[in-house]
Ligand binder design. Structure first.
Ligand SMILES: C[S@@+](CC[C@H](N)C(=O)[O-])C[C@H]1O[C@@H](n2cnc3c(N)ncnc32)[C@H](O)[C@@H]1O
Length: 393
């Protein structure tokens, strides 16, 4: 089926669930206020804050609330473009699989889409939110689907009967959205040592260790796993990849970086991984930062006087700012500070002069980089900025 035809079916499926696509925050929030009362919005907000604190019970309460018939379409409409991005990619990869397990399936919006598109496949959706599973079952009956069933279970309690030749886990395994991951050796590098203790701590904090062990046991020898989590930050991506690799899960396809809108906000998500057991070794895991959209650094372009009065000669907030900083000619440092922040990250900031101009470089061990270059006449601006960072502002 062509991608356009698949997307057309996905749009109709999302409309059947009552979801709407919005291009502006204003239109979306207007609809949200029309449908939901202030009391409902306040409760949702409170549950979302509690979920952020990370207890399992709080997370279940949040997802239970989102499954309520009045709330579901409004809340999940925010994810409309996510469903298009993930639903189309997964449907494209169902292939020869006969038994499919969708782990952390939520209310089953995508699970029922796959079941509709592939009536000859058997699909099981599993989630630990009872209200989400109740809703998924209700919708399955309403759609008249007989090839999909839903079970309320924690995925670490799945048993041999749930074995599958395709396991799907999208936004389901790494719920710990606040976890910073593993910092690099220092602000100078993006590399992480292969330290077992750091990795074990990450897997324990996020709970992915037991989840992956269980899913791996259920995956048929020739099976595939499709995984897409919020692990775009390198400090989370690396330990997540290492956790997959440690379970002998290898890449069948090049990982794909996913980008979509949450109404007006652009979200960089993924990577989208297609994995298989052991035998697939042709594609290597990559622990480098994502290719970025930083302005290419060309020292010959930085001619004093050409910049707009309000613009620096050069500015980049992307990982490639590190290469630009390394390329500066005859770097002379005026002042520099390196310290450990309360959350454990190491931060470095320096101000100096090079042939290209006066520069400020800021880097930390959670992969953030920033380089700003101005003409010497505007050195004062960077000095103030340096002192703000030095004071921790
Ligand atoms: C963000 S929703 C994603 C739903 C769906 N996979 C999707 O892509 O739209 C995450 C779901 O994972 C479920 N979940 C998280 N941890 C789980 C676990 N250990 N076992 C079962 N379900 C889990 C939550 O209850 C929630 O419904």
């Amino acid at each position: 089926m062509s991608n356009d035809a698949l997307l057309h079916l996905l749009h109709s499926h999302l409309a059947w669930w009552g979801l709407r696509q919005f291009a502006s925050d204003e239109a979306y929030f207007q609809w949200q206020r029309q449908v939901l009362s202030l009391a409902e919005l306040t409760t949702l907000h409170r549950l979302m804050e509690q979920k952020r604190r990370g207890s399992t019970a709080d997370e279940i309460s949040f997802y239970d609330a989102t499954a309520q018939p009045r709330i579901l379409p409004v809340l999940y409409s925010q994810q409309y473009d996510y469903y298009l991005a993930i639903g189309a990619r997964v449907a494209d990869r169902i292939g020869e699989a006969q038994s499919i397990l969708d782990v952390g399936c939520g209310v089953g919006i995508l699970t029922t889409f796959y079941a509709r598109q592939f009536p000859n496949k058997t699909i099981v959706g599993v989630d630990r939110s009872p209200a989400s599973i109740a809703r998924a079952r209700e919708q399955t009956r309403a759609l008249g689907l007989t090839n999909v069933r839903f079970e309320c279970l924690d995925c670490t309690d799945l048993a041999a009967a749930h074995s599958a030749d395709l396991i799907l886990a999208t936004h389901a395994l790494v719920q710990a959205e606040q976890d910073p991951g593993i910092p690099s050796h220092s602000w100078k590098t993006f590399e992480r040592a292969a330290e077992n203790q750091h990795q074990a701590d990450f897997e324990r904090r996020t709970g992915i260790g037991p989840k992956l062990d269980c899913l791996n046991d259920l995956l048929a020898a020739h099976g595939r796993m499709v995984v897409c989590e919020k692990t775009r930050q390198l400090s989370r991506r690396i330990p997540f990849q290492r956790a997959l690799a440690a379970r002998d899960l290898g890449l069948i396809e090049q990982p794909e970086l996913i980008r979509y809108n949450l109404v007006e906000e652009i979200v960089d998500d993924g990577p989208f991984f297609v994995l298989g057991k052991g035998a697939f070794r042709s594609i290597q895991w990559n622990e480098l930062p994502d290719p970025d959209e930083g302005r290419p650094f060309d020292p010959t372009e930085l001619v004093t006087g050409l910049a707009h009065p309000d613009m620096p000669l050069y500015e980049s907030h992307c990982p490639s700012a590190q290469q630009a900083w390394e390329q500066l000619h005859k770097r002379h440092i005026f002042k520099e500070t390196t310290r450990k922040e309360a959350d454990g990250r190491q931060l470095h900031v320096e101000i100096g002069q090079s042939e290209e101009g006066v520069y400020l470089y800021c880097a930390n061990s959670l992969d953030q980089r920033q380089l700003v270059i101005v003409e010497p006449a505007r050195k004062q601006i960077l000095e103030s900025y340096y002192h703000e960072i030095e004071r921790g502002e």
